[in-house]
Ligand binder design. Structure first.
Ligand code: PRP
Ligand code: URA
Length: 208
């Protein structure tokens, strides 16, 4: 499945501000949230609608509504948490799960510390959220955890990704559609995305 990269001037503009090391925590959070709304808009293009009837002030007509119960959003902690409020603005009744992972700074391997998803979601669409896709280790580990629970309808949304991570997901989980707001150039020797935006978790939570 080919990855979907958002190529849009508005997204480009917001990512430029996000990258700036002088952008403060409040604005950084707001931008993560806004860019996530664009990603969600794109990821919902194939959403199924239920036929309904609506009475307008003029007449009654047939309308179409989303089955909000069909969606489960799963942020990868910590940084993925920054994407949740944006996505819930669009689909406020969606369920939310959590996967806690951090990268071991030396090996860059993901270390799991939390896995909590709503019950009976095997038939739902699960949308995994993480602003950064670097080596792809965290995303692939999270996707595997979801699949081990019997979940097979998964999309992955990230704000900045590099080829290495994108290719890793495509190789290990070819059924997962990737939506990425911007593809960056490369990973440096300590596993950071270049030019990137630094450590997304630290910038969202102001921990550095
Ligand atoms: C960051 C980011 C991803 C991961 C990406 O998390 O939010 O989860 O790194 O890197 P990878 O593709 O090489 O696995 P981090 O480990 O810094 O944890 P944090 O969100 O708690 O800061
Ligand atoms: N995680 C981040 O937060 N930033 C990077 O550049 C790579 C991984």
């Amino acid at each position: 499945m080919k990855e979907i990269i958002l190529n849009h001037p508005l997204v480009e503009h917001k990512i430029s501000i996000l990258r700036d090391k002088n952008t403060g925590t409040k604005e950084f959070r707001e931008l993560i949230s806004e860019i996530t709304i664009f990603l969600c808009y794109e990821a919902m293009k194939d959403a199924k609608l239920k036929k309904t009837k609506t009475t307008t002030p003029i007449t009654t007509c047939s309308t179409n509504k989303l089955d909000e119960n069909n969606y489960v959003f799963v942020p990868i902690l910590r940084a993925g948490l920054g994407m949740v409020d944006g996505i819930l603005k669009l689909i406020p009744n969606a369920k939310v799960g959590h996967i806690g992972l951090y990268r071991n700074e030396e090996t860059l391997e993901p270390v799991k510390y939390l896995f909590k998803v709503p019950k009976n979601i095997q038939n739902k669409e699960v949308i995994l959220l993480d602003p950064m896709l670097a080596t792809g280790g965290s995303a692939c580990a999270a996707i595997k955890m979801l699949k081990d629970e019997g979940i097979n309808n998964i999309k992955f949304l990230c704000i900045i990704g590099v080829k290495e991570g994108i290719e890793r997901i495509k190789k290990e989980h070819p059924d997962v559609q990737i939506y990425c707001a911007k593809q960056d150039e490369y990973l440096n020797e300590v596993g950071y995305i270049v030019p990137g935006l630094g450590d997304a978790g630290d910038r969202i939570f102001g921990t550095k």
